[in-house]
Structure formats: structure tokens, C-alpha cells
Design a binder for this molecule. Sequence first.
Ligand code: 5AD
Ligand code: SF4
Length: 435
Amino acid sequence: MTDQSPKRLFIKTYGCQMNVYDSQRMAEALGAEGYVETDRADDADMVLLNTCHIREKAAEKLYSDLGRLKPLKAERPDLKIGVAGCVAQAEGDEIIRRMPLVDLVVGPQAYHRLPAMARGEAPAVDTEFPAEDKFDHLPERRATRRHPAAFLTVQEGCDKFCAFCVVPYTRGAEVSRPAARILSEARDLVARGVREITLLGQNVNGWHGEGAAGLGELIRQLAGIEGLDRIRYTTSHPNDMADDLIAAHRDLPQLMPYLHLPVQSGSDRVLKAMNRKHTRDDYLRLVDRIRAARPDILLTSDFIAGFPGETDADHADTLRLIEEVGFGTAFSFKYSPRPGTPAAGRALVPEAVADARLHEMQALLARQQKAVQEGMVGRTLGVLFEKPGRLPGQMVGKSDYLHSVFVQAPEAAVGDLVQVRIVASAPNSLEGVLA
Ligand code: 5AD
Ligand code: SF4
């Protein structure tokens, strides 16, 4: 007797938004094989861990999670366990050697081969950078869950080689998808009820695909799609903020007033050691130009504390840069040496010093975040409802500036884009009333 019931797939996603997007596309690819998603590992037929290699802690999380799956695999040996994403790319079959319970290892450029791997018709380890484009071999986007905001990968990989970063090795060289493909995927998403699209790329503003001169022009083309109300993009490198992209922020109401622009450090010495190829002053002048084009833009950033060689004076420079710019929010991390990167062998800043610097940076950034959020109180902003809140009649959505906003709106539906007057600020969200 053959079992006709659908196979269940549990995906856990670590790390960045591109992994979130990749997980959706892998679910779609396996969907064509009869897999349906479940939110529990213990009743799944396949468990897929879509991993992140950016910092050591993120990578180690995979091994502790795999350890936790051991009893499940012992109970049900036919359970398939797959490792995808950047740890898969970096460690390949080493993962199976260390954790024999793993059946499949698939890198970020090979996941269109996942269905064949799952059927046992392709090698169990695939970390190639194949010549074919995985996007050409994936099934059409499907509406897995009704959600009015979607991610769309337009560019992958990075050619910048910052001294701390594994991305150029795990995601490979920069590759941009052609504009026509991106536009057709965007139209498809909009036809399914999507109103907001975030364009994704490790170095998204370095997009240089066919059919447009750069990301600015690509965004202009996307802005012509009827029903696409909001466009965002992430993550950008300061050196690739072209004039046309800055002008798009001035010209296009669909392009949201929000920009994630990592700077990593405010010290020229450290920026040089990081191979960032821009100075503190380059960044500050760029911020001025962006704000001249779109005065209300909310800037966010990434910072690393305790990069090898960083002194107290360098750290003070970073704090001063944060003060000067004023960020809406920012991610800050303690430096984590990554195997294979240029900075990996350099002498570390003592752990306690790096910890203290990280805390100081985070405290300052938290004060800025609080001030920015409090500054929203009294303003009327667009909010796109993404899901019902916990309280009866409550909806939760994102403001133009990407803050989560809770609103009493019993008549409203997910996908409504409404005007909301902000009445209060909580630590990580805002509260508003329908305007
Ligand atoms: N150590 C600490 N933080 C890192 N990041 C990237 N690599 C490292 C590392 N080795 C941070 C950078 C980057 C963000 C995605 O992660 O700030 O912008
Ligand atoms: Fe990593 Fe630098 Fe490329 Fe960003 S720009 S992905 S930090 S190498």
C-alpha cells in the first residue's frame, strides 16, 4: 500500500532576510514534490535547517540544534535531515562527518537541486556554484501564506571582501538577476495580494543586472507596477549609493524613507584595517546627501565592536559617529573571527574590553532608538497591516519607517494600508489609532 498523505516539511531559518526568502523558495521547490510545511519538527518527514555562518555563535547554533534532533532521528530513522544555507556552503560534507544524522547538505546556490536530492536522485552533498541560475529552475512563486509584504532577491554574493566577513566565500561573487525576471516576479507577487516588496541582496545597491543602469533605475521600473505601494531594499554598501539611487529616494513616494547602511566603525584606522574602502568622512558626507534628497529618511546601520587593533580612541570615534548621524536603530556585534577571512589570524582585543565597548555602543544606540520612536508620537503615518494582534480587534503592521505599530482596527483586514496617528512608543513598537 502506498501512502498518499502529504509529506511534512519543517524548516528552521537562521540569520538574515535572504535566508528567509531562500527558505520560502525551498519550501516551494519541495512543495512540488508533495511536501507541505509544518511548524513542528517532531511530526515532520523532513527537517531542513537553513543556516547562517556570519558569526561563530550563529554557526554553532546549528550543531546544538542537530544534537537536539538525535532522539527524533533514533525514533524515526526515515526522517530526512537537511542542512542548507551558509554553514552548508562553508563546511560541506564535514557536517555529515561531525553529525552523521544529517542526510543532505545543500549550499545557497544549489537548492533548486533539493527535490532531486530528497528523492535520492542527486548527490547528498551539493555546495557547487553551478553555471545554471537556480531561479530558472525553481517553481513559480506560490501564495504559501497570505502576507502583504514579501522579499525578493535581486542580487546575491559580495565582491567587497571586508576583512571580517565570510559572505564573499559562502555566497560567492556578486550576481545580479535581470530586471525582466525581477519585474515579472514582482508583478506575480502583487497579483497575489502583495503590496510591499523588499529587494534583497548582500550588496543590493551594487545591483548591475541586465535591463537597467543600476538599482535606482530598477526601482523606478518597479514603481510603475500598479498596486505595488511600498518598495524597500537591503543591505547596502556606502560605496555603491549611486546618485540615481539617492534621487529615487527624492522622487518616488513608493520608496520608503528607510535605509540600512552599515558603516561598521567610525574610525578611519579601523575602516582601513577592515578593508571598507571608505572613510568616516565619506560616510558622513553621504548621509548628508541622502538626507538632502529625503530629509525624513530613517537610517540604520551595523557596527562591530572590538575589531583586531581597535583602540579606545577608535572606539570613541565610533561613538562620535553614532552621535553625529543619529540612527533609528542599529545592530551591533562583538567581533567574531571567521575561518578563511583576512582578519582571522589577527590578535584579538581582550574579551572584556570588547564586551564593554559593545555595551557602551548598544546603550547609545538604544537611547537613539527611543528618541526616534518618541519623535513619531503625534505624527500620522502609513501602516500596512500584516497580521492580527493578540488583543481582540487589534491589528499589527509596519509604518513607513518600518516600526511595528499596534492599532485597534476591528473592521480592518490584513493587507490594508491605512493612515494611523501614533499615540505611544513602547520599547520595540509603537501604538496608534486610525486617523
Ligand atoms: N564578526 C562580527 N560581526 C560581523 N558581521 C559580519 N561579519 C562579522 C564578524 N566576523 C556583521 C557586520 C555585518 C553584519 C551582517 O554582521 O556588521 O554588516
Ligand atoms: Fe561582508 Fe563587507 Fe560584503 Fe557586507 S560588504 S557582505 S560586510 S564583505
